[in-house]
Design a protein around this ligand. Sequence first.
Ligand SMILES: NC(=O)c1ccc[n+]([C@@H]2O[C@H](COP(=O)([O-])OP(=O)(O)OC[C@H]3O[C@@H](n4cnc5c(N)ncnc54)[C@H](OP(=O)(O)O)[C@@H]3O)[C@@H](O)[C@H]2O)c1
Length: 251
Amino acid sequence: MQRDGTSFVQGASRGIGLELVHQLLGRQPEGHVIATCRRPADAADLQALTARHPERLRLIALDVREEKTIAAAAEAVARQTKELQLILNVAGILHGPDFGPEKKLEQVQPEPLRHAFEVNAFGPLLVAKHFHGFLRHGQRSVFASLSARVGSISDNRLGGWYAYRGSKAAQNMFTKNISIELGRVAPHAIVVGLHPGTVDTDLSKPFQRNLPEKQLLAARESVAALLQVVDSLDREDSGKIFDFRGKEITP
Ligand SMILES: NC(=O)c1ccc[n+]([C@@H]2O[C@H](COP(=O)([O-])OP(=O)(O)OC[C@H]3O[C@@H](n4cnc5c(N)ncnc54)[C@H](OP(=O)(O)O)[C@@H]3O)[C@@H](O)[C@H]2O)c1
């Protein structure tokens, strides 16, 4: 991976997204990072990072459920650069204050389903719609979306988690579709999904109790591994889903 250029991280207020911003700034001494989150004014950690790197880190508001904020973010980025080397779609939801992953059909509710699909599946697709022009340049670039192993249809042995599994499976299909379209118009762009492992963040907190020993990764470990995977990707990998070890996950 090129060590300068501009990276774009969508969903960076906390968890894996925040750590990605942190590590990208560390490994790209000449590079710029554009980070987005829903409410920059409330994102204390991102603001602290911006204060430490005022020339290299820019913070922009973006809510993936509001397409106009994605379009506005693309316009703001266009005033800074015409080219991005890396786009990372990180925002994701598994549970909220009044919903959690469904264990059985009786628990399936339209609103949490809509919410999960809007953030996990439509989000990266709409970012691709408004940002693919930044990948139409002659250098290698990567468009990666944080996926999840449970979005694999062939790997599904336990069932349940309808909204999360379904929305990540849909995201994976969109990843494949985007890879095909960008293959025609931006042949240097590599489009992938990335499974970060089970990572110690707010998203996994309620489900950490029964994990086998050593399965839970710190965000720092997961992100270091994910960025190595991003570095190692080539054009033949476009359209595929990889875990944090670089192993392909079958759809
Ligand atoms: N942690 C794991 O074990 C694990 C495993 C597999 C896959 N993943 C995937 O990895 C990604 C990151 O997960 P994480 O563990 O870092 O989760 P997290 O700590 O819960 O963070 C989720 C992020 O998504 C953002 N977000 C939620 N709704 C949004 C919206 N409408 N618009 C913009 N941003 C929104 C949140 O922003 P706010 O602060 O504004 O809410 C937050 O920055 C997700 O896609 C997740 O599915 C995680």
